[in-house]
Design a protein around this ligand. Structure first.
Ligand code: AR6
Length: 172
């Protein structure tokens, strides 16, 4: 299991994987954070394809091509906005990971990279989000042999430390 999960520190837009996941909003028409970085590298054709998708519900996921990104595809998912931890945030975040992986599987994607969905602008506590991300990915990989590798992209050293620790606890 551990060999099918990777950690990477840096910018998700540089990764040559079959699909990168975007932490989008329900409009799918761009925003700040990782969403803006992905659109900036992919180019205007990405926005044009996103316009045809009619938005995306929180917890759901939709796929597009990657255009000028090194990645072939982008899977856009919409994380929950953190409120108080009792407003379905955990379940909605888990759905983002599950639905993104299901969309990947349905499109024969074998390598996929995730940013830390909801932990930026949307304010989800990092440790709690990482527990959910790691749990859902491991659960999915245990039932699915088609996906060869999942990469968690950490945007800082401190995020990397949280992921390393939680991944270590879950895979040993
Ligand atoms: N590569 C990898 N990770 C990144 C990058 C990057 N280039 N840039 C930021 N991160 P956020 P959210 C990390 O705010 O919380 C947008 O406006 C960042 O450090 O991008 O789900 C959307 O349109 C953090 O750990 O997404 C929505 O409106 C993580 O990515 C809203 O923000 C997610 O931070 C979504 O908020």
């Amino acid at each position: 299991m551990r060999e099918r999960v990777d950690l990477y520190i840096g910018d998700i837009t540089t990764l040559q994987v079959d699909a990168i996941v975007n932490a989008a909003n329900t409009t799918l028409l761009g925003g700040g954070g990782v969403d803006s970085a992905i659109h900036a590298v992919a180019g205007p054709e990405l926005l044009a394809e996103c316009r045809k998708l009619g938005g995306c519900e929180t917890g759901d996921a939709k796929i597009t091509r990657g255009y000028d990104l090194p990645a072939n595809h982008v899977i856009h998912t919409v994380g929950p906005i953190w409120r108080d931890g009792r407003s379905d945030e955990d379940e909605l975040l888990a759905s983002c990971y599950r639905n993104s992986l299901s969309v990947a599987h349905a499109n024969n994607i074998d390598t996929i990279a995730f940013p830390a969905i909801s932990t930026g602008v949307y304010g989800f506590p990092k440790e709690r989000a990482t527990e959910i991300a790691v749990r859902e990915v491991i659960r999915f990989l245990n039932q699915d042999n088609a996906i060869v590798k999942v990469t968690f992209v950490c945007f800082s050293e401190s995020d990397f430390e949280v992921y390393s620790r939680i991944l270590g606890e879950r895979t040993t």
